[in-house]
Write a new protein. Structure first.
Length: 289
């Protein structure tokens, strides 16, 4: 089964739900970054949530999510868009710890429990939305639940999980975002709060080859889940030599001259996909304004 995400409504349209299975996508992201198990879980959860937040956008809009904690992993960056294309990287991919007291990958220890989660949405025509909240748990899902409540004023429940094999490869990944629509009755809000308490563990939701539809039905066993849209999810890095050139020009003439004089060229790799771009001395010369 290829990765895909669904947009749906439940509770007679008063609750919006997103469900995703992101196994192949997270696997590709983690392989490109050479992440170790705990780092895979932290990056994979962030990428999975970013994919769903991307699906909330329209047209050519894009979203960038940054989780900057004080843990050994450093920063986590993920980009997504309305076409369900996503990419991501971590500063320090080689982070792995023993399982925590609950027998789970110790994501909070890797991410850290102090820091910020920031979100930038590029909505076209120089229109940006930015939001930032403190990290509250470092487990990512709870942090985004907090983000939606405090930065977007949308009561939400966010869950994301990554199961990792003993050899560090990704076994399964997926997640959900549940949101109360404006105009929902108090009764529905209260009912949803009770349901959230009873939600099965995310690891239960993403194993056993559950589909995104299964996942939402498991979350709302007594409700009709109405699927509005299905989107195939994939890793996509939009980098190109032209874009890398733009970034290098931003470094300034002096920096480019020193690359010419000291190294007689440059090799620049994309953070997101690790593709390496080579620049000859002549090509660097052409970048000097
Ligand atoms: Zn790239």
């Amino acid at each position: 089964m290829g990765d895909y995400l669904i947009k749906a409504t439940t509770n007679k349209g008063m609750v919006r739900a997103y469900g995703v299975i992101s196994t192949q996508t997270v696997k590709e992201v983690c392989e490109r970054q050479d992440t170790w198990a705990t780092a895979s879980a932290a990056l994979g959860r962030t990428v999975t949530i970013t994919a769903m937040m991307g699906a909330m956008l329209k047209g050519e809009d894009t979203i960038t999510v940054k989780v900057q904690g004080d843990g050994p992993i450093g920063g986590i960056i993920a980009d997504g868009n309305a076409k369900a294309e996503v990419r991501g990287y971590v500063t320090n991919p080689h982070v792995d710890f023993d399982l925590n007291a609950f027998g789970k990958l110790d994501v909070a220890r890797a991410v850290g429990t102090n820091g910020t989660i920031s979100v930038v949405k590029d909505l076209g025509l120089k229109d940006y939305f930015t939001g930032e909240v403190p990290i509250i748990s470092g487990e990512i899902g709870e942090d985004f639940t907090y983000y939606f409540a405090h930065s977007e004023q949308t009561p939400s429940a966010v869950g994301a999980g990554v199961l990792v094999n003993p050899n560090h490869s990704v076994l399964a990944a997926g997640g959900f975002i549940i949101q109360v629509m404006p105009g929902a009755t108090e009764e529905v809000i209260q009912q949803l709060e009770e349901q959230i308490q009873a939600f099965p563990a995310i690891s239960t939701l993403i194993q056993d080859e559950n589909t995104p539809e299964d996942l939402l039905q498991l979350l709302f066993p007594e409700e009709e889940v109405k699927i509005l849209e299905r989107l195939p999810l994939q890793f996509h890095c939009g980098c190109s030599k032209e874009r890398i050139e733009q970034a290098m020009m931003g470094l300034g003439n002096e920096e480019i001259r020193s690359m010419m004089e000291e190294d007689h060229g440059a090799e620049v790799s994309c953070h997101f996909c690790n593709e390496v771009y080579h620049f000859t001395e002549e090509e660097l010369q052409a970048l000097i304004k």
